[in-house]
Design a protein. Sequence first.
Length: 320
Amino acid sequence: MKAVWYTENGGPEVMTWGEQPEPELGPKTVLIRVEVISIEGGDLLNRIHTPPSRTPFIPGYQAAGTVEAVGAEVSRFAPGDKVVGFNWNGSHAELFAVPETYAYPVPEGMDMALAAVVPIAFGTAYDALFTYGGLTADETVLVQGAAGGVGLAAVQLAARVGATVIGTASSPDRLARVEAFGLTHGIDYRREDIAARCKEITARKGVDIVLDLAGGKGKDALVEALRGHGRYAVVGAAEGSLPSFGFFELIRKAMQVTGISFGRDMHTPRVHALLADLFARVHAGDLVMPIEREFALADAVEAHRFVAEGHPFGRVVMRP
């Protein structure tokens, strides 16, 4: 099969395109003929920071396609079914093998490109806001990186429950685009003081929840924007650098910090039920996710570079 792989960490240029052996079909495996690959933030972070567990290493968390074959113990799927699959690597290929518990049925007639981008973006946002964040209608959430995939999902989900949604982006034009998704207040982080604006919006109280999707140097401003006993969800590091929290910093603010890793729970019945609901809502148009660009899988180097440097609005996908 054709696939993308690398043998060492680094920038997009470490990836190679060519032939690789097909995945093995275990007894509980669903083998997917890939149609659309969603490039996730973790795909980039792993390529930069996480040494490959084996080489050659085929990256990629998530892809949509048609079931090609199933293992002898698989009971929920059959060849020909439309699914989205998740695994910790392997999506950047023509064939993607996932455990049965990490495969999710796609509603009949749903656009496969839209299906491909649903689980991690919307599931991560949901868990950060509600499962672990406890967001309620009378609260204010700050979404750092509101124009990305998880950011746009979070803006919509928070707005749907009536919360006040503050979002940051890199320009007034991008903030104007996010407004259509339910943004209450926008902050241009390149020109405005995030903490000062949040204090102004909340009458000096500070925000109840921060969703940090960007990481990097902006962390200190987000902590300053948070109220005492506020909740800080560590979701991603789109900037590519990894900030840290100081011991006394946590005590001084009495803040609750929660690391969000939706992938750890994606095999559970709770998440299967949640994703079924999210697929249905996206298919019905109640929730939306713009796809900024599509690339051929053979152009994965260019696609990863665009995600890292091009500030895409929403998601970027590839097709084999």
